[in-house]
Design a protein around this ligand. Structure first.
Ligand SMILES: [Fe+2]
Length: 255
């Protein structure tokens, strides 16, 4: 039925409306698309994890109310892990001791969780930045209190890919993607992958949250502990047990 104000030929506004469509690729548990100009389309980021069977990878995501660049730079601060993620007893009684913080760890990398009992380290100049085919390599060296020297190489694969991040097992590798939503929000994708099937107990942590991954508000991409409730900081725990009083490792960084 024609409405009173419609022209005789019928409603034509709908003919002016078009929905853009984008080619998608289903890889590594994610749907990828490129939304920019066709002549500037980059090659698909062929990360090894993208072609692994689903039993060897897991992806989580949550909303982070933070600017993209501020969120990225935290992955390239080599000194914070020793105190920010530590317990007051030097992690001796932490329930899990064997976290892999960066897949490019060297043997004496101070960023491994179980070596954080010495908070003070001597940074050895100079920190170096090297260009690579995919972005920038951040190279830092530290002298630990036992006299050893550790070197850490942290790649920033432009614009959104890093390898920092904690896992529940030494056999599982970490990658992150931080996708800007606007100036004040990002979607934080945490990708975990392994050369062997990821055990059920490890997956449970990734699915339900706890220490390595944040617990989520059911049915949302919002963490249960977030900027609006001060990330669930527990001042008693902070006074007697942990440096931050925040249970979940990545939320310690965010707060
Ligand atoms: Fe951190």
């Amino acid at each position: 039925m024609r409405r009173p104000a419609e022209p005789p030929e019928g409603e034509t506004f709908k003919n002016k409306i078009h929905i853009r469509s984008y080619a998608c690729e289903d890889k590594g548990g994610l749907i990828w698309t490129y939304m920019g100009p066709a002549d500037k389309k980059p090659p698909f980021p062929e990360f090894e994890r993208c072609n692994m069977p689903s039993s060897q990878r897991y992806v989580t995501k949550f909303i982070m109310e933070c600017n993209y660049l501020q969120a990225m730079e935290g992955d390239y601060d080599p000194s914070h892990g020793r105190f920010l993620h530590s317990t007051l007893d030097g992690n001796r009684n932490a329930s899990r001791q064997n976290f892999q913080v960066n897949q490019v760890n060297t043997q004496f990398n101070p960023r491994t969780f179980d070596s954080m009992d010495n908070r003070r380290v001597k940074m050895l100049p100079p920190d170096r930045l090297e260009n690579s085919d995919s972005g920038i390599l951040f190279i830092t060296a530290q002298e630990t209190t036992d006299g050893k020297v550790s070197a850490n190489v942290a790649p920033w694969m432009m614009p959104i890919f890093t390898t920092a991040g904690i896992t529940s097992s030494a056999n599982t590798f970490s990658s992150n993607m931080r996708v800007p939503v606007d100036n004040l929000n990002i979607l934080f994708y945490r990708l975990r992958w392994s050369y062997q099937p990821i055990p059920e107990d490890e997956l449970w942590e990734y699915k339900h949250g706890g220490y390595t991954h944040p617990e989520m508000i059911p049915g949302t991409w919002q963490g249960l502990y977030n900027v609006h409730n001060d990330y669930g900081v527990d001042r008693v725990a902070q006074k007697y047990f942990t440096f931050t009083g925040i249970k979940t490792f990545p939320l310690q960084d965010i707060r």
